[in-house]
Design a protein around this ligand. Structure first.
Ligand code: NDP
Ligand code: KPL
Length: 320
């Protein structure tokens, strides 16, 4: 059944794995969705060929979504889903300052740091964050595969007095699209837990070039993950977050439920693109330094991934 509120006009900024997954699922549920891409080529291909979604059961479906390149500016809308990588956010910030004050922006980035960036250009009332554990993989400019189920949590960074109607409507539509979506009072604690999951899963899968589920196949990777978790939990405690055994179990569940997924960091390494390791493990290392908590494992992984993503040794660009 469609939600009662039908006046949402969604603009998905970024036609990568996550952007295309959400664009396809929301458009298939009947919502008005426009995709803003980096290149004119991708926008033209989407306009001509439509967007193809491969579901978890392997079936494929196609949906037509309007698309335009960022150089044409951001189209009118009342909900902007930012689905670009953390390092690609800064060039987008000037365009966000021109948005209608009634428009709401939801940032889907992993890691930490984007909250401060957005607070500089948007009013507090406009700014929302999403933490999601859905797995996605883009196969081409017009094809995306849904590789794992998860939960979409949306809300303000910290608790506010009232619920926002645009965000409430988005959560209803996401649920209608088959996504387990929750309107959270505050995202900060969830962002911390996701940070920990990404700080374990992403660099290890990128280093060993394995899917998320394979981390659980060996007692060595499990032990490494646990040591990384304990180190990160101490930094989180300094930031006021109580991290416990339940959170460790939750990370194991994410590995299982996205077992076939290639983490976003592994996908970046394979394509010789820069990764988000600075805003994930790098964030923990920096906070560790400020608080006097040693983070040797996260620091080592940070260096290893920075080296690996800068060396052109990803599978698709491996040196001969
Ligand atoms: N992939 C996954 O399973 C998950 C990813 N995430 C997080 O979601 C976020 C997005 O990840 P993901 O979709 O994997 O990343 P991708 O790299 O697949 O997609 C990012 C997209 O943003 C586009 N882009 C970059 N700059 C601009 C711009 N200025 N204007 C318009 N488009 C732009 C890129 O274009 P181009 O293709 O031309 O480079 C690319 O298509 C990340 O923070 C990631 O950590 C979270 C959970 C799961
Ligand atoms: C949940 C997970 C680990 C899914 O792969 C992810 O957030 C990512 O790949 O960045």
């Amino acid at each position: 059944m469609q939600p009662v509120t039908s006046d949402l006009q969604v603009v998905v900024v970024g036609g990568g794995s996550v952007g295309l997954l959400y664009a396809a699922r929301l458009a298939l549920a009947g919502l008005s969705v426009t995709v803003v891409t980096r290149s004119s080529l991708q926008a033209n291909q989407l306009m001509e060929q439509g967007l193809s979604l491969q579901r978890l059961d392997g079936t494929k479906t196609k949906v037509m979504v309007p698309a335009r390149p960022i150089e044409a500016g951001l189209p009118a809308g009342n909900l902007y889903l930012l689905a670009v990588k953390q390092p690609d956010l800064p060039p987008l910030l000037p365009a966000l300052t021109d948005l209608n004050p009634a428009a709401r922006v939801v940032a889907l980035q992993n890691g930490m740091g984007h909250q401060e960036m957005l607070a500089e250009v948007l009013a507090d009332a406009q700014c929302f964050f999403a933490i999601h554990t859905e797995g996605a993989r883009r196969h081409s400019a017009t094809e995306v595969e849904h590789t794992g189920t998860g939960t979409l949590r949306v809300g303000p960074w910290q608790e506010r007095n009232s619920r926002d109607p645009v965000i409430a409507s988005f959560v209803e539509w996401a649920s209608a699209a088959g996504i387990t979506a929750i309107y959270e009072k505050a995202i900060e604690p969830h962002a911390w837990r996701k940070l920990l999951a990404n700080a374990l899963i992403n660099p290890l899968t990128a280093l060993f070039e394995i899917p998320n589920g394979a981390l659980l196949d060996s007692s060595h990777t499990q032990a490494l993950m646990r040591d990384l978790f304990d180190e990160a939990a101490q930094v989180a405690a300094f930031a006021g977050q109580k991290i416990g055994e339940k959170d460790w179990q939750e990370i194991v569940v994410i590995c299982r439920s996205t077992s076939r997924n290639l983490s976003s960091m592994l996908q970046d390494v394979m394509k010789n693109r820069s990764t988000e390791v600075q805003s994930i493990n790098g964030y923990l290392v920096e906070l560790g330094k400020k608080s006097g908590i040693p983070t040797p494992l996260h620091e080592t992984l940070l260096r290893v991934i920075l080296l690996k993503s800068g060396m052109g040794i990803g599978k698709e660009g491996r040196r001969q």
